[in-house]
Write a protein that binds this ligand. Structure first.
Ligand SMILES: [Zn+2]
Ligand SMILES: [Zn+2]
Length: 290
């Protein structure tokens, strides 16, 4: 996907914010690069500028950089593709002390901007095949929220549904408050004309609800046909919803339009949604969820 693919264009060119939006999942790319995927221009100063540029669009941002790129300071080795099945890479950087130093620096970074009103702090975590995280519980202490996401889902292509539910169970067994982009890894099986089967969305929501975790409507890779179904299903189940830009590039700040479109197409009043708010009560889920 190119940068252009990540810029959402509303079907309504006149779109204005109907209210200020939270964005509970976002990255930074500025020095010292706690996430490697965003561009360096995506700094806290750039987020502050967003409040000045579009005050009607923004309620708050949470910064939730990738645990794996904090834990593993070498970009080529940090993505779960490298360590999902081989955790020795995690151990290597812990043995040098680099991992511990990076998590300490991330905590100090978070303390430098958090105000609990406009800026919150978090982390995006993921599971190895065996269920291990790249951060420890102590390294997540004091953050406002934790997002559990699936970034690597290897295996037999024809077993994509089984692999999805296996991975979702793994993510829900982590101490997370939100499941990030719950069906992004299934987007190859979804088109505007033919969204993901409703049974997959339903079972996904049922599992997330049973774990007491919020779902995310994520604007980074628009998947509107599935997100409309997911928002409706979450509302029917009384589940918490976290709206997240998952910002990687400054050019994506206009993507609040995605939230407006998803809510409008789902025919739900924003005020009727059970919105996520940080409370940091996340505890490791139950492995029976797998
Ligand atoms: Zn993610
Ligand atoms: Zn992310």
């Amino acid at each position: 996907m190119s940068l252009e693919d990540c810029i959402y264009r509303s079907y309504n060119p006149e779109r204005r914010p109907s209210h200020p939006w939270p964005s509970w999942h976002n990255h930074t790319g500025s020095h010292p690069r706690f996430s490697f995927c965003p561009t360096p221009g995506l700094s806290i100063a750039r987020y502050e500028e967003a409040f000045r540029q579009e005050p009607d669009a923004w309620e708050c941002f949470a910064i939730s950089d990738h645990a794996f790129s904090i834990a593993i300071p070498e970009p080529g080795k940090s993505w779960p593709h490298v360590w999902y099945e081989d955790e020795s890479i995690l151990d290597t950087f812990r043995a040098t002390g680099d991992t511990q130093r990076r998590f300490k620096a991330y905590r100090e970074f978070c303390e430098s901007f958090r105000d609990g009103v406009k800026f919150f702090t978090g982390m995006e975590i993921e599971s190895s095949l065996s269920g291990r995280m790249s951060a420890t519980m102590e390294e997540m202490e004091g953050l406002d929220l934790i997002i559990g996401s699936i970034h690597h889902n290897p295996g037999e292509p024809e077993k994509w549904v089984e692999r999805h539910f296996f991975q979702l169970g793994r993510a829900l067994a982590l101490p997370c408050d939100i499941i990030g982009h719950p069906v992004r890894h299934l987007r190859a099986h979804s088109t505007q004309e033919q969204p993901l089967p409703e049974e997959i969305i339903d079972e996904t929501l049922d599992m997330i609800k049973a774990a007491g975790v919020a779902i995310e409507i994520n604007a980074h890779y628009p998947q509107i046909q599935d997100d409309v179904l997911m928002l409706r299903g979450a509302c029917e189940r009384g589940m918490e919803v976290a709206f997240s830009m998952d910002l990687h590039y400054p050019e994506e700040f206009g993507n609040w339009r995605y939230f407006e479109d998803v809510v409008e197409l789902s025919e739900i009043n924003y005020d009727d949604l059970k919105l996520f708010h940080p409370r940091r009560s996340a505890v490791p889920g139950k492995m029976e969820a797998v």
